[in-house]
Design a protein around this ligand. Structure first.
Ligand SMILES: [Zn+2]
Ligand SMILES: [Zn+2]
Length: 441
């Protein structure tokens, strides 16, 4: 009989090597500095358009997404992380942003708290069981916004002006904006009838997904990625030519507005959003040089969604965008904004007393917002300087018994290779001034 060791009893599954789950990634400090800078820019950008941040739970009742995203969508049919909790309720990790935000808008009575129009943004992780593929993650971060209570088209225009401004400022100026109108419940049924009549003779030639879409929502066949289906659809009657007067006027006003702002766009009649509550404006923006790999954001109007989720009838519009994709595009084009991760000052000490007194210097500098560090492992003087170098420190502050005696600090400028003695007195006032002038000038 095998005798279990104490070690095995403590760690029964130790033979399995622990790694992060497939489709996830870690963000290590250098990368996180870039993330956090981009997140700051996104928040500042939304704020300048008077959007307020909304934070919703990472998981919701599964029904919200079934209704809000649509049972026939790929997300709900194939990609959700759904589980039963200990109380037997079906919960799902949030796969996209809009449904949760609409729910929160209704549940928190944000309609009453806003002057007619509520502008909300989010920046949060989403979860989808994606196939293993470059640039696809099972936990990914999306930023986006939703506007409630504005029927458009002026908010539709402002949204596109806003994203255009943001990406241009990041240096991505070769932008490809595609727009379309998906009509409304008034004009869609007539087109649907014409489309269905057209499609029936070809149905056998479409892929299985398309046949399924044909049953549930034929318009979504335009979404198909299969070349064969796209070829067949070349001849299909387009909704674009069957819009009602209101939809046509709305779309024309949006196009005129884009022209007035000098924003280039292409009309893409195949840009559809297949669910009934999507209305009128649909759009997608890419970084043109990267083709289909360059999609930055997509979104559109959903005047029927709030009511569909048991809220009062409220027009809505929004977009969602992936952080990972944005980072990838910035990297591939060499446009990642520079982030300083270097240290302002490294404390180098010799002897126990100097080490203790040096701690007071660090506290004073950190209080002023300087980024400082020191050695914690009893390194020699030479090794301490090596550490300062490795951390990219601009300055080293050197303190030993001599300096304590004379009440001075030796400040070495590691970039220029110069050094000076600075008096210790007045809470290190002179040292702080030197650092301020050189670092924050
Ligand atoms: Zn219409
Ligand atoms: Zn298809």
């Amino acid at each position: 009989m095998m005798i279990e060791t104490l070690e095995q009893r403590r760690h029964p599954q130790k033979s399995m090597k622990i790694q992060r789950p497939i489709g996830t990634y870690d963000v290590t400090p250098d990368e996180a500095a870039v993330w956090s800078m981009l997140e700051d820019r996104i928040r500042a950008w939304f704020r300048s358009y008077n959007y307020g941040e909304i934070r919703t739970p990472v998981f919701e009742y599964t029904d919200l997404f079934k209704r809000g995203v649509g049972e026939a969508s790929d997300i709900v049919a194939k990609e959700m992380y759904t589980f039963e909790d200990r109380g037997g309720r079906s919960l799902t990790l949030r796969p996209e942003g809009t449904a949760s935000v609409v729910r929160a808008y209704i549940e928190n009575g944000l309609a009453q708290k806003s002057p007619g129009v509520a502008k909300l943004f989010y920046l949060a992780p989403m979860f989808r069981y994606e196939r293993k593929q470059k640039g696809r993650f099972r936990q990914h971060v999306q930023y986006g916004c939703e506007v409630f209570g504005a029927p458009g088209p002026d908010i539709d225009l402002e949204l596109l002006v806003m994203v255009n401004q943001f990406y241009s400022e990041l240096g991505l100026d070769e932008l490809d904006l595609q727009i379309n109108s998906v009509g409304c419940p008034k004009c869609r049924p007539a087109h649907r009838e014409i489309f269905v009549k057209w499609a029936i003779p070809f149905l056998g030639q479409f892929c299985g997904d398309c046949c399924r879409r044909f049953e549930v929502n034929p318009l979504r066949m335009f979404d198909c990625k299969e070349e064969r289906c796209q070829e067949l659809l070349q001849e299909a009657p387009l909704l674009r030519h069957h819009l009602c007067t209101e939809c046509e006027t709305h779309f024309a006003a949006l196009r005129e507005g884009l022209d007035a702002f000098g924003i280039r766009y292409m009309e893409n009649p195949k840009l559809v959003r297949g669910l009934d509550y999507y209305t009128r404006t649909a759009f997608e923006m890419s970084y043109a040089p990267l083709g289909s790999q360059g999609v930055l954001m997509g979104g559109g109007r959903y005047d029927g969604l709030t009511e569909y989720l048991d809220g009062p009838p409220t027009p809505g519009i929004g977009f969602g965008a992936g952080m990972e994709r944005l980072l990838l595009i910035l990297k591939e084009t060499g446009k990642v904004p520079a982030v300083s991760t270097g240290l302002d000052l490294f404390l180098v000490t010799l002897g126990e007393r100097a080490a203790r007194e040096g701690g007071k210097l660090l506290l004073a500098l950190r209080r002023d917002g300087f980024r400082c560090d020191r050695d914690y492992t009893g390194k020699s003087l030479r090794k301490q300087f090596q550490a300062a170098d490795k951390l990219g420190a601009r300055y080293a502050a050197v303190i030993g018994d001599n300096e304590l005696e004379k009440q001075v600090i030796v400040l070495k400028d590691l970039k220029q290779g110069t050094q000076q003695e600075i008096p210790w007195k007045d809470g290190f006032a002179e040292l702080k001034t030197v650092l301020h002038v050189s670092l924050f000038r």
